[in-house]
Each structure stands twice: as C-alpha cells, then as structure tokens.
Ligand binder design. Sequence first.
Ligand SMILES: [Zn+2]
Length: 470
Amino acid sequence: MTLRLVDTRTGAAEPFVPLREGEVGIYSCGPTVYGPAHVGNFRSFLFADLLVRHLRFRGFTVRWVMNITDVDDKIIARAAAEGVPIGELTERYAAAFLEDARRLRMTMPDVLPRATHHIPEMVELIELLIGRGHAYRADDGSIYFRIASWPRYGTLVHIDPSQLRVGERVSADEYAKDDARDFALWKVARPGEPSWGTSLGPGRPGWHIECSAMSMRYLGPTFDLHTGGVDLVFPHHEDEIAQSEAATGKPFVRTWLHCAHLRMGGVKMAKSVGNIDCPADVYERGFSPRALRYALLAVHYRSPLEFSDESLHAATAAVERLAIVLKTLGAYRHEGPDDPTLTALLDEARADFTASLDHDLNVAAALGAVFELVRELNRRLEARCLSAADAARAATFLRGLDAVLAVAEEDAERLPPELEGLLERRVAARAARDWTESDRLRQELANAGVTVEDARDGQRWRFVEGGPRD
Ligand SMILES: [Zn+2]
C-alpha cells in the first residue's frame, strides 16, 4: 500500500515518493506571534502534526520545520499599539503558542526557526534575485520581486498572472513599486519600525521571503512537503515558489498540502472577522485539550470544519470511549484461554487504519477502524472471552495506533518516556531475579514521584502526591 497525498497544484492523489528514500522533509508555515493562536490556526498545525505522526508510523524518518514569524506588519502595528518593543510582544506570544501546542499534544517540530534569527539567509536570497534580474530596488529604497520576470507565476493558485488581484499582504505596504502585483522582499527602514543593517541597506524582510529562506536553510533548495492553511495559497505560497525557484533555478517543493478553513457559525474563523475561539476559551467552557485535539483532527483536512460546542461534545464522548476501553483492558484480570480470533482482529484494524491514512490522510475512516476495534474489544470484554494477556496486548495495540492520533488518554495517565524506561528495566530485573536492582529501580521511581506495586500479573504504578503530574 502506498501513501497518496493530494497536491494542491494538480488536485490529484499522487503516490508519495520522497526525494531521499525513507526520509521526508516537511515545512509548515507556523504562527505569526502577535496574539494567541486560535483554534483555526491549530487546525492547520495539527493537520501537519497528523501528517508527521503518520509518516513516522509508516517508518519514514521525518525532519519537520515550522517557522515562527516574529517580524511583520501586524506585529509591528500591535507592538506600537501596546507601546512595547516587538521582541517583548513576540516572546510573549511565541511562549503562549508553545504552551498551547504542548497541551494539544502537537509533536514538537525538529526545528522552530524564528524569522529574526535568519536575516542573513534572507539577504543572501534577495541578492541572488537581484543578480538574476528578478528583483529591483524602487525609488524609496525597498526591494521588490518582479512578477513580470517569472512567467510561471500563478501555477499554484491556477490563475493567469495578468489577472492577479492585489493581495492583502501586498497592498498593506504603500511603497513605490513598478507594478502593483510585485511584492516586497526587503522594506526600507522607516522611523519607529525595527530594522537590520545589512548589505542591502537598513530595513527588514518582507513576510514571504522569510519562509523561503528558513525552509531552504533547513531542508535544502528542493524538499518534499510544504503545508499551510488554504488562505496561504495566494499570495504567500505562490510568492514563495516564485522567489525560491527564481533564486536557485531548482524546483522548490514537490508536494503542496493545504488545510481548509475552520468555520464557526458558518463563517471562516479569522482575527479579521473577530469570531475567534482560542484553546484557553475552549478549556474555560469545560472541554479538555484532547477533546479539542480530536475535534480539530477528526474532519479531513481538505474539508471545511464546522467548529461548535456540539462538535466538542461529540469529541469528548469519542475520547472518553477510548479512555474507558483502555482502563477496562488495564483492569481486566480474567484468567482464561487466549482468544484465537484476536490476532486477526488486530491485524485487520491495523490494515484498515493504515490504508485509510495512506489515502490522503482520511482520518474519518481511520477513526472508524479504531472505533470498530473498540466495539469488538468491548464485546469480548463483556463476554469475558479474552485472557489477561490478550487484554494487555490489545491495550498496547490501541496505544500503538494512538501514537498517530494522540487522543486516547490524559498525559497525566502516561509516564514520561524516561520513567517508562525505568519500569521496563525493573521488569527485566525481576525476570532475572535481580532483586537488588529491582529495589534500586523502585527507589529511583519513588524519587521521581512514582509508586510501584507488584501484582501477580505485573507491576502497577501510580503517581504519589506531587509527582510529575501535569
Ligand atoms: Zn510561510
């Protein structure tokens, strides 16, 4: 079974073949840190998380880069309105983003580059573009990309460049460019705005060049996958393609993946519309981070998601069903013969789950496979036709699938990996009848806030008061 992904350029589900066998490079447009990220932003980030998790589940080595935009027009305007330096504003909201991401169990990207730490790479790209005749300095000193020099402009958004409407980010800057469609690569320093002294003269980068510079810095001139929300297709990603390919002469991204809007009350959620809901608002209404994660993941990424308290209630019920079956499996003590049908059941569930996600991340079908398995396991638990070993095996299996979804249990019900490792070593020590080592490991776990008891069918652990609970 091959993984197929729908490239925005072709609209077709194409077999995914990475540039280097077994390795995948992914770049995701991350947050612009001038306020808290809303659940619509997180839908796009969690879709990329699901993609990364599924690729890893399928055995690929993934390098995931997500930028943090920490200088742009909106940040400058907000910092000025609050009367704080932009660094103070962006630190505050970058930290808030990382905390929200952690609670939503978003995989931490391998690299989280910040725009302001990559000014030299942006300058280098702009110099290449000037040298190749794709960029020019306007009378006011700012530097623009000349769209007329790039006939392939418009291939991502499927429009004829001569028909282009001037985008919001383009028109946001009233500079003296040659052509209304041209976009700023370097904005000349203005009073009251942050600027960097570079070989291009004092100024700051345009938003689009930031992503080209950071993605190619960490993934090379050509890389496998680029993700973002559908509102970034134009002009942001179209501009990224033009300036990257014009500078390097190489194809930029092999597959573009775009996540559809999240809507609330039938309207796209956006700061500019004012109908935003942030993770903290959702938790305040009593919903858990994993229910929110489920609600944001459960709809296919290319379909619009209608977000509401009803969808959160449904998500809560779904994650509870998973938590309950895991608890029941964990507590199951029936000593009977092994269920001869269990292997086939688990194999089928794994095959369905994998095939569904392989089909352009069809998460609804993958969840269908998980809940079909849950139904079957509940039936067997009630009929008591599993052995205790079967139950333990089924629980491990479900947790294996949940490595992709990360919705099944509270973090507080899981041990951090290093403590999990100590428990495993203790199992090995006891199997080898090395009681000294076993006692030493019990003490080490106790020091970390975890109490271990030995039962007939293995060790049980629980956190002591003040242990490493979240
Ligand atoms: Zn970007």
